[in-house]
Design a protein around this ligand. Sequence first.
Ligand SMILES: Nc1ncnc2c1ncn2[C@@H]1O[C@H](COP(=O)(O)OP(=O)(O)OP(=O)(O)O)[C@@H](O)[C@H]1O
Ligand SMILES: [Mg+2]
Length: 307
Amino acid sequence: MIEVSGLRKAFGGREVLGGVDLTVERGSVVSLLGPNGAGKSTTVRILTTLLAPDAGTVRIGGFDVVRQVPDVRRIIGVTGQQTGVDRLLTGYENLVLMGRLFRLGTAAARRRASDLLERFDLTEAAGRPVKTYSGGLERRLDLAISMITAPPVLFLDEPTTGLDPRSRAGVWETVRDLLSGGVTVLLTTQYLEEADELADRVAVIDGGRVVAEGTPASLKQRVGSERLDLTFATAEAFEVARIVLDEAHTGEGLVLSVPVDGARDVREVLERLDRAGAEIADLALTRPSLDDVFLSLTGSPTIGAAR
Ligand SMILES: Nc1ncnc2c1ncn2[C@@H]1O[C@H](COP(=O)(O)OP(=O)(O)OP(=O)(O)O)[C@@H](O)[C@H]1O
Ligand SMILES: [Mg+2]
């Protein structure tokens, strides 16, 4: 449904996309995962006809984004990184307005607005101006607006950045709902966890290039497993633990980092330490973060650190 090949873009001579290739099958969700400045929004803007590429081809549902702009626009919905709602209007008014802009008749626009409010669990907030909404609520309204024309292809640019965990879960729920309707989605995110929750496949983008592509599970495998970080009360306990846990691990100070795979593993490690009498002062379970993904995939630390 989405085919991107050799996509390039430079701004003022500075290359921002250096040949992006990407495929999204019909009815699937692909997440473009990358840090600030990786080129996610630029990619989305090109794919949604808002920005012209310098080179490469992009087809959405078979239509070329440069030569068949109206055809592409007819089948896509997009929610940008900043929400596009009018904050003085109510949720209902925003939806009706957008319906009218998309040339639905008044009655049809109203009907559609009510349907979407219900579907996105916004009924209670429908009559309030958007400026009174929480961030999560506003995001959900934004998603509803992007569905006004019931497009088969949806682009979501960082749908949950800046939201608290509960609002984030609400948006995820909404996106999952959309997916069950068979929509094809390209979603950008900075969070591995989000890609993990929602995406069938993940393309990791860094410095304007896709540096890795695969299922969330396969990516995480490349990054490594969860780790149990154990802090010991004394140097003796630390030494005992080092001997007892003779598998691959790293240690620094009184902290040992042990790779683990699930709760069972954690219990076994703790039991072994307990039997050996190595007293633990503190412990933490660490999952691979986006930083770890990048470190492992690009060999350089990410985000601000690399630039
Ligand atoms: N119109 C523009 N003119 C000049 N430079 C731009 C323009 N738009 C984007 N850039 C630059 O292109 C690079 C990629 O930007 P882009 O917005 O695509 O990143 P992003 O992955 O969406 O990042 P974020 O996670 O912060 O949203 C950045 O270095 C940005 O400064
Ligand atoms: Mg962006």
